[in-house]
Design a protein around this ligand. Sequence first.
Ligand code: ADP
Length: 428
Amino acid sequence: MGGVNDDSRIRRNPLAAPVVAMIGGGQLARMTHQSAVALGQTLRVLAADPLDPAAQVTPDVVIGAHDDPDAVRAAAEGADVMTFDHEHVPPQILLDLEASGVAVRPRASALIHAQDKLVMRRALAEIGAPIPPFAGVDSVEDVRRFHDEQDGRIVLKSARGGYDGRGVWMPDSLEEAERIASEQLAAGVPMMAEARVPWTRELSAMVARSPFGQGAVWPVVETVQRDGICAVAIAPAPGLPDDLRSAVQATALRLAEHLDVTGVMAVELFEVVGSDGRPGVLVNELAMRPHNSGHWTMDGATTSQFEQHLRAVLDYPLGSTVPTAPLTVMANVLGAPETPEMSMDERVHHLAARFPHAKVHLYGKSERRGRKIGHVNVLADPGLDPNDADQVAAVRAVAELAAHWLSHAQWADGWDPHTGAPVGDFER
Ligand code: ADP
């Protein structure tokens, strides 16, 4: 660890390959490190703790807080480029770094759209991207007015700092909405309100853009959230009409260009049924970093989102996004309510025996209820039809069984490893 210019660090990078500094030592940095290894690069991480997922694996770690200007500067020193595994670095720190010549990608002026939902909504409204009706909330009166305009179907959000559904409220009455708004405003939380969208499913479009201006886009995926956390991603989104898919991809690329994004960006969307009965979309969220909805690309695409992010922030030519299978399903491994007695390693061993084709990605995190501790990717066989609901369901079932097994040490379908036969009731 030690100082930025110490000898051990120079010795560890004998090829003088690029050093990419990533702020945050979570699983996204950990998986980006895997791609950096393959490209002969070094990923330096600014981690809060030596046991953070990425700090465990990369040799180049700066320990410090993402909101400490000195720590962020130390991480950037001598690096070719600085980028992020989360969007919580205060903008002023980044503006100061940019002013001193550090290549920050995405730039503070782009990243703000992933940091502040109100800034993002306003920018998207300006360029005519499809979004739900929204309003800034500076007072309880603002909530009352918007609640009235939307016939009570509203969502309240903290404009900054939320993730995995934290900072999102779905009030059932005006009284509840007023209470939430006044509590949050009193605590200094910047708030906004938007229409509650009667979406039919959630989608995500991942794109990449380099400073040169090259863009790349992966297939649009369907995401399934449970308790505000992404549980499953299905790539490509089954049954998505071709015209809507290409419109969504074009919108995501246009947003990346308009907002001057560098690196990868996830555009989270709601699929809705329009007044003409045809499906359409509304943009929900932007994330300017690798994203849970892109984890499937580690095994299911020619270039993963992590490799692409490195290529993009370093202004390399971007990689092919062509899928390696007709369908890939990603299921998150979320900590069980009670940590199983069986070790994780033994669980992996059993999973390998039952599903040899399931690809496991663990983050080196301790187990806690609902915590993202890993994910499983399951690729479909070459002949599968990604628009056949039964065939998709069969692949999804394997991914979900695998993820549930890894978190609970229980086969949700009652599989008996000794007889190889499913027993008992399905509890899925
Ligand atoms: P986070 O930043 O925590 O991911 P999001 O804004 O993406 O928060 O909201 C989390 C989840 O809440 C979404 O995935 C969606 O399921 C639901 N949600 C958010 N906004 C709306 C909305 N306007 N209408 C209906 N559901 C919503």
